[in-house]
Write a protein that binds this ligand. Sequence first.
Ligand code: AMP
Length: 596
Amino acid sequence: MAVDNALSSPLGPPACEKDAKALQFIEEMTRNTDSVQEDVLAKILTQNAEVEYLKRFDLDGATDRETFKSKIPMIRYEDLQPEIQRIANGDRSSILSTHPISEFLTSSGTSAGERKLMPTIKQELDRRQLLYSLLMPVMNLYVPGLDKGKGLYFLFVKSETRTPGGLFARPVLTSYYKSDHFKTRPYDPYNVYTSPNEAILCADSFQSMYTQMLCGLLERQQVLRVGAVFASGLLRAIRFLQLHWQELSDDIESGMLNQEITDPSVKDCMVKILKPDPELAEFVRMECSKENWEGIVTRIWPNTKYLDVIVTGAMAQYIPTLDYYSGGLPLACTMYASSECYFGLNLNPMCKPSEVCYTIMPNMAYFEFLPHEPAGFTHDSTPKLVDLADVELGKEYELVITTFAGLYRYRVGDILRVTGFHNSAPQFHFVRRKNVLLSIDSDKTDEAELQKAVENASQLLREFNTSVVEYTSYADTKTIPGHYVIYWELLVKDSANSPRDKVLNQCCLAMEECLNSVYRQGRVADHSIGPLEIRVVKNGTFEELMDYAISRGASINQYKVPRCVNFNPIMELLDSRVVSKHFSPALPYWTPERRR
Ligand code: AMP
């Protein structure tokens, strides 16, 4: 479609008129960052002027930044827990938001071992939808012809529960895929998926993945992009193909759907799609039975132009594996979002993963930035938050948000570095999430949780007069799914009665039982995390570790055992001292229901 010159954008020539409008919107928002932010805050505070939380701080209906900043404190999730609990229990009064809380979004961040509950309101769906609608117009600037084929995206819904007061508690993507915004989205030639809605919405993760993979294979020539939300999800799909290509090829050959697919709506929809194709079945068998899976993505889906997966932050650990399976296809990280709020998008999505920066869209919420002090520095008691338009190039900040749904000056826990500007909107490199030690999928385990898990497991060693004298950990992502590895140095007081393999295996399980519910869900329901492993190392190994650190300049007085390691020479040292390896023999306990 020819695009009117008047609609052309500084970002590049739009692919169609719809794209032109989206790009224009991005320009408008990013040119007026500060005034849009001022306006967003005023709207949030006007909309919520009467809510209990703001009244408590005597905001008295003020909507300006100065009054807001002087009266409303910066908070963490734990500070808001009493209010959240009241809403969860059924209190419908205007506690945080004038608009009724429509549901809770369950974050992968945890508090006391359970997922955080993020309140949301109906109108937020429109805001999320708006951000989604900007992604393809940007991508179309870099990759032409995406309207000539489809996207093979592995998208899943997860279990949902109800709070005592009857509100849904579920992940933000589950909420989105189940919404009419997604289910009845208008046809957009640039955004057609091979996966039918029925497959995406199927709650059984095996049936959902199986059907999505089958559809992707059936339309292999049409597939122009392959994706999942996070890198770990796409690798799980590749692993699934490794495990199930025989059944999938049988279905393609016969045109009959595997008996294990029992979901009626999936079956109904597949009857229309699945037709016998012996030639394709033979091709899939031939490719998948090869020992070498290098470049499998482009062998099976030869027209793939890029992989659409997030590989920033904790997901960067998967880049080499993705490169291996895709033969080095470009990796596109398109957006930065959370359960609390969707933040922004990557305006140059085909850049290298190390250069990815996200432009926060000023219309999404009111954003503030807490200057991030390097370790060892303490900031004064009233740190000054900086506005979106005032952040400085090269500096690091923690993101603090105020949303339409009722979070006020809420610390997200993400550390971002300013790498540039688009118009007056800053662009951020995602540095890391605060306090995360280990992560395989969406799980986030911190130091305190790991410590508690080690303590819990070491109880089992008591009767053997054995204790854990030192430990450290490592997220091993060389296997799919990845798994936690915990290195233990033991003090065995009675070598005739030292703990046997079986006991140490049980220690692995005891650690898993103690980890947070996101970890346990990954193990039990999503199969995105493999069994936890304990590697027992020789006595004296941790002293060697200290010697090594000191030889590299660490101060002997300040040396602390790192509770997580990922530096190759250290891993090599540890692995060369391993005396035995143990794996969790069973799945830990997990249920969708919350403990509280
Ligand atoms: P959740 O609360 O489970 O929705 O997780 C949101 C968190 O995931 C964010 O606060 C980030 O820490 C992380 N995240 C989301 N998008 C990205 C991204 N594009 N790059 C790196 N980390 C991300």
